[in-house]
Unconditional design. Structure first.
Length: 480
């Protein structure tokens, strides 16, 4: 078939289908801005409604580069991260080129609205775009377009606050086309994660709560029911600077627990010890209420720092209850019955050795009351007392005075009354010192139990703090 037989309309249709996206090389009449922009208007600006590709079967390669300028904040309550980025998009307009000498420039800035611009967005965007507007893009003589603009991103981020305030967060920014499939726009990373990290550290001026630890760049495809989208995922690894929380939360809490521990050195029978511990608990509660705004309130798991505060408060309350128990033993021991034998053996013989306390030796004083001068050794009644009591010690038994063979009647009556009074005194002294011995044993048991609970308190505090610190260190090592 000859070419002359082909209809002109068909030739035009074939030519348009093959070259509809191509832009011819610019031929500037002179190296002046007027000539340059006249050619751009004729060859490029009138075709800003279609993608700048040679064929619809070929995807447009869009290269993205980033620089993290600042980390404005991370909100644990609403699970968002606010960052400030420099974003650079690069793509090539098929067929566009010009000679630098002929047109007088290597690159020129043009209005963004004059060109077809890919609809690249961030999937995690959560707020209104408040980024500064830059109306211009750079157009290179090789046909490459450089769209460089600052963006303020408020993105969603799943925050793990279990290790607060020693937590490490990983937040992703997914860049891709909102409308075009992977067969139409292919997203490519323009910089590696290390290069972005190096550039970001060079320009990063924010010295706030969060520190940029690492950046990872992963190109991938997002598979949806409608089709596949080409995306570039940028992972920002953030590490919290914990010094503010350590100084304002952990250190005061440790000080209060230490003071509560030292309060065990106060005498257990002292009422001031219980009052002191109640004051500590009240102060610690007020401290937690004041610092409540610094603590995170959301998350799948309870943060370790909340567990730490709960354990500290529970230890203080247990310490107060122990003081009330020991004080009750010390002050009410005189009302108790005799100490059971098994309890005396368990506490005074075994637990006293465990807590390094030897049983208290008592000073024994024997008081002998003899109603008769006959066989005084066999009928001696003795009473044992402990301590320095106001009772006169007599080294020898007291002998009743010898009466004459025929005593007068009044003297005999007086002696009988005296004997009755002495017997009553002896019974009262017996009863008093028997109660003192029981009270002394109860007090000794209270002292031993107080020392034992003091040692258990120390062991539990050390074990709890070491466990929580170990979990913090292990989780940070695992996250890093």
């Amino acid at each position: 078939m000859k070419i002359s037989n082909i209809k002109p309309f068909a030739l035009i249709l074939i030519f348009f289908s093959l070259f509809h996206g191509c832009v011819a090389a610019l031929n500037c009449t002179n190296p002046s801005p007027e000539s340059m922009f006249k050619e751009l208007d004729d060859q490029l600006f009138r075709k800003n409604l279609i993608p700048p590709v040679a064929s619809f079967s070929e995807p447009l390669n869009v290269t993205i580069s980033l620089t993290v300028v600042g980390i404005l904040g991370v909100d644990e309550k609403v699970q968002t991260m606010t960052t400030f980025l420099w974003q650079v998009l690069e793509w090539k307009i098929a067929g566009l080129s010009w000679d630098e000498q002929e047109c007088g420039t290597e690159r020129v800035s043009v209005l963004r609205e004059k060109l077809w611009v890919p609809d690249v967005h961030i999937s995690e965007f959560m707020d209104e775009d408040k980024s500064p507007q830059t109306p211009y893009v750079y157009l290179n003589n090789t046909g490459h377009v450089y769209d460089d603009k600052p963006i303020r991103v408020v993105s969603s981020c799943k925050l793990e606050i279990y290790n607060f305030p020693f937590d490490i967060q990983s937040c992703s920014l997914t860049f891709g086309s909102y409308l075009h499939f992977a067969s139409e726009i292919r997203m490519l990373p323009g910089m590696t994660g290390k290069k972005i990290m190096s550039e970001s550290k060079r320009v990063l001026e924010m010295n706030g709560e969060w520190e940029l630890s690492d950046i990872k760049v992963v190109p991938s495809e997002l598979e949806l029911e409608a089709g596949s989208y080409s995306v570039v995922q940028v992972q920002l690894i953030l590490r919290r600077r914990p010094i503010v929380y350590v100084v304002n939360l952990l250190v005061p809490s440790c000080f209060l627990v230490t003071v509560d521990l030292i309060s065990f050195l106060l005498p257990p029978q002292s009422v001031d010890r219980a009052s002191f511990k109640m004051t500590l608990i009240l102060g610690y509660t007020v401290f937690l209420l004041i610092m409540n705004d610094l603590l995170p309130v959301t998350g799948d798991r309870t943060p370790l720092i909340n567990v730490f505060f709960s354990i500290s408060l529970a230890l203080m309350v247990a310490s107060l209850l122990e003081t009330v128990f020991i004080t009750n033993i010390q002050f009410s021991s005189s009302q108790y019955n005799a100490v059971p034998h098994w309890l005396s053996v368990l506490v005074l013989r075994y637990l006293a050795v465990v807590v390094c306390m030897s049983p208290k030796k008592s000073n024994r004083v024997t008081v002998c009351l003899n109603p008769s001068y006959k066989d005084s050794t066999a009928n001696t009644n003795s009473v044992t007392i402990s301590g320095n009591q106001g009772i006169l010690k007599e080294p020898h038994p007291v002998k009743a005075p010898t009466s004459p063979a025929a005593p007068p009647e009044p003297a005999l009556e007086e002696l009988k009354k005296l004997t009755i009074h002495l017997t009553a005194i002896r019974l009262q002294v017996d009863k008093h010192f028997q109660g003192s011995k029981t009270a002394e044993e109860w007090q000794m048991i209270g002292i031993v139990i107080d020392r034992l609970l003091f040692y258990l308190y120390i062991v539990f505090i050390i074990a709890s703090f070491i466990t929580i610190t170990g979990i913090w260190i292990w989780n940070n090592t695992y996250a890093a």
